[in-house]
Design a protein around this ligand. Sequence first.
Ligand code: KIV
Ligand code: ZN
Length: 506
Amino acid sequence: MKRIKIFDTTLRDGEQTPGVNLNLKEKLMIAKSLENLGVDIIEAGFPMASLGDFQGVNTIAKEIRNSTIAALCRATKSDIDRAYEAIKVAQSPRIHTFIATSPIHLKYKLNMTEDEVLERAVEMVKYASTLCSDVEFSAEDAYRSNPEFLVKLFGKVIKAGAKVLNIPDTVGYALPNDYHDFIKYIVNNTEGIEKVDVSVHCHDDLGLAVANSLSGVLAGATQVECAVNGLGERAGNASLEEIVMAIETRKNHLGMYTNINTTGLWRTSKLVSSLSGVVVQPNKAIVGENAFAHESGIHQDGVLKEKSTYEIITPESVGKVDNNNIVLGKHSGRHAFSSYLKDNGIVLEQEALEEAFDRFKKLTDRKKTITWRDIEALVSNNVTLPQEAYKLVSFQILGGNKIIATTTVEIEKDGVVLRESAVGDGSIESAFKAVEKAVGKEVKLRDYSIHSVTDGEDALGEVTVKIEESGEVFVGKALSGDVMEASINALINAVNKMMDYFDNKK
Ligand code: KIV
Ligand code: ZN
């Protein structure tokens, strides 16, 4: 059996998804979840891109001990220095440097010849290897590059010290058979390639990223680059959960395995979706709400008789705990709460645990039956409030179909209570306007959505709000049995994140 290493790029390529903007705390939560999942390499960001990226990578490098931490950088000295500065504290750091190799990129983007690219790549891999023993080299747009050129280039970067060669299909143009043959050609012809890991990195523009990645490993690749929920540039990257479960489910046929603890996949997907604000489509393989739902009578009948009739993987194997049983109640204490989370694979740091317990206690005052799904939502929500934040003290709404909606809010910041009222076309608009007046900021609302966490009249409503400022999008979330309270808190959460982001940028 061949082991396939999982290289997760949710925090780098995934963070390049339009509208995704994770703060430091959120990046760290995702990194911890990836570490618990058993991801071999976490690409934590692109330190040269911004101070926020640098700090994100650096914090993750300090905190994560069981996964290699990679930082992306262009093939320039200053980029490499910045990347190394961010990851040098890691238990296992990796510099991931790249340069484009395709004729299109050389002509229109880099204005360089193949010889110049080769010289730069070799020089920069040599330089990076003086700083860090683990250097990955990526040939951007490799699939549209001249394969003979790649073979020559890869042979030389291996001699220069690269330990991993990445062969991306940057624009998602490949078809599975062609990508297979392309990787095979490189594996068969590159001098010294048996000493290094060969990596595939496929984008999903034609919906083939997972298929192409699997073709790549069948052709000899030993590392797959992927992202949770398939996040990434444009149509995204290969989805981590699909790659992992394809290998796991067909391991005997493929002769391969990964080190991923598959029961953490569902939870990690939920966390990434909640923090990124990118909703997972219900019919998505492995982590979609309907991935294990059997609707037709014939299918239901078959599954009741014997699960394997229509089920090739079980929900439990990916950690989907699908019951509406009452799990905890009003009298459950801190210890029962944390043991329950632990039993279900959720390990929180002390501060996050205290915050979650606090929210749990408030919830038990308002909701009779607390189910697993409530707890799941409660743990992944509202944990990212920066300090010094605005907090909702109270709100009052006057509404109806014959009167103008009016909302008064009281919001606290630094011990000062700000009270404002506003009217609007409906309760949500009046509430949002009142919040804007209180925080002294007009916000551009990009999206608003609400969904109920469980069934029943006392179900919790989870509201997601996206606001935009200077081209950046901020996602606010909140959970409550009262949809107006959840809506106001979600907006305040987004405003807090926006303020935090611009304060840190100063
Ligand atoms: O898609 C791509 O080519 C990349 C590289 C920078 C690895 O993301
Ligand atoms: Zn990419």
